[in-house]
Write a protein that binds this ligand. Structure first.
Ligand SMILES: Cc1cc2nc3c(=O)[nH]c(=O)nc-3n(C[C@H](O)[C@H](O)[C@H](O)COP(=O)(O)O)c2cc1C
Ligand code: SF4
Length: 373
């Protein structure tokens, strides 16, 4: 049986254990996405906790790809210097670091566009949350975006990151192209699944050409959009097989988006019992059984018992967590030291608040306890 605390490698990505910190926007960069001292301190604290690989929050690859405030940008070479500081702070105690790159497409927030610009989408279908209608991207726009992904991956490699993760989940840019709910194009990028996959295929090819075969390229993929006409589990298996053939190095399996019913969002609350934990593990298993690629499961993992069970039952090769590390960056080291108490995070979702003010995400429960002292 595989164990959480064994060393592994995915190509040149060295992992001191089988844990990932799932990509987590943290509200730590400046208004144009440049890394700040706050960001460097934030990743230094995470790096001290014994996590196998830390995946950064989503980094926008074009100025009109931003969604949340103080999101990290990766759209210009002048950002390499800050990204280098961020990578070395995250890596200083032995964790590896991976940059997640994204364009939010229809879900980008034009209020955050500091240089103007239009919202882009595969098709002119209004965003479920804002109601805003994007411009249907031209083929030139598509080419520009693919180049932006490839350049973002190059910057990460130059900055000392150990890998790149494409954000292909949660209803953002790549998953909008994959999903018939957002992609109703009549050209080579829309139609059947093979055509909807073309944008991702070309992005992978451009990224690979830029970073070479040895640099790990991962993806976070939605196994189910939970919306009418959206990606189904069966389609996600086909996508995973294609990705594996096209040279992806690992797939982190998630699902849902803010367009899905709230109880099916990727970030869920009320994970109080063991049976509520690891809510996407069955999708991870499905993909692990059908595609020849390491699989990471994310979503509501809170206890060592659940992790051991995931490995014993063969649901995934790796586990990934987000909110537990907001409250306890040192959770993995704590478990390793023999304290098997489950993560202290109560999954309330309160960690966003300070991030939205540009102060970095932090645990609301701890903040309130401190202010009551
Ligand atoms: C504050 C916050 C920011 C997040 N930002 C991202 C992100 O940038 N990219 C991403 O793929 N997922 C993001 N997520 C989702 C997490 O990576 C993860 O999929 C989800 O929270 C479920 O895992 P958990 O139960 O361990 O928190 C974010 C979640 C939270 C709570
Ligand atoms: S505020 Fe604290 S307890 Fe609530 S989800 Fe965030 S880390 Fe967990």
């Amino acid at each position: 049986m595989i164990s959480l605390f064994e060393k592994t490698a995915i190509k040149s990505l060295l992992l001191s254990n089988r844990s990932f910190r799932s990509a987590t926007w943290s509200g730590i960069s400046d208004k144009k996405g440049y890394v700040t001292d706050l960001g460097v301190e934030f990743y230094s604290a995470l790096g001290a906790g014994g996590i196998g690989a830390i995946i950064t929050g989503y980094q926008y690859v074009m100025k009109n790809g931003i969604q949340l405030p103080y999101m990290t940008g990766n759209y210009d070479d002048s950002q390499i210097e800050g990204l280098t500081r961020l990578a070395s702070s995250a890596k200083q105690f032995g964790s590896s670091v991976i940059g997640q790159i994204a364009h939010c497409g229809v879900r980008a927030n034009p209020k955050m566009f500091f240089d103007g610009g239009e919202i882009w989408g595969p098709s002119a279908i209004p965003d479920a949350a804002s109601g805003l209608v994007p411009k249907e991207m031209s083929k030139n726009d598509v080419r520009e975006l693919i180049e932006a992904y490839a350049n973002a991956a190059r910057r990460l490699k130059t900055a000392g990151f150990d890998g790149v993760q494409l954000h292909g989940a949660h209803g953002y840019g790549i998953s909008q192209f994959l999903s018939a709910a957002w992609n109703q194009r009549g050209d080579s990028y829309g139609g059947n699944l093979k055509k909807r996959y073309l944008f991702l295929a070309e992005t992978m090819e451009a990224v690979r050409a830029m970073v070479g075969n040895e640099f790990p390229v991962l993806i976070k993929l939605s196994a189910n959009d939970f919306v009418d006409g959206g990606i189904t589990p069966e389609e996600s298996v086909q996508i995973a097989r294609r990705l594996s053939d096209d040279g992806i190095d690992a797939i982190e399996v998630s699902a849902g988006s803010s367009a899905s019913p709230k109880n099916l969002w990727p970030i869920r609350s009320k994970i109080n019992e063991r049976e509520n934990e690891a809510y996407f593990r069955d999708y991870a298993l499905m993909i692990r059984q059908s595609a020849n690629v390491p699989v990471i499961t994310v979503g509501g993992i809170r206890s060592l018992e659940t992790i051991e069970d995931i490995f014993e039952s063969g649901h995934a090769d790796y586990i990934s967590m987000s909110r537990p590390f907001v409250r306890e960056p040192g959770l993995i080291d704590r478990w390793k030291s023999g304290d098997r108490t489950k993560a202290a995070c109560i999954s309330c979702g309160g960690c966003f608040e300070t991030g939205l003010k540009g102060q970095g995400i932090s645990c609301k429960v701890d903040r309130e306890a401190q202010s009551n002292r």
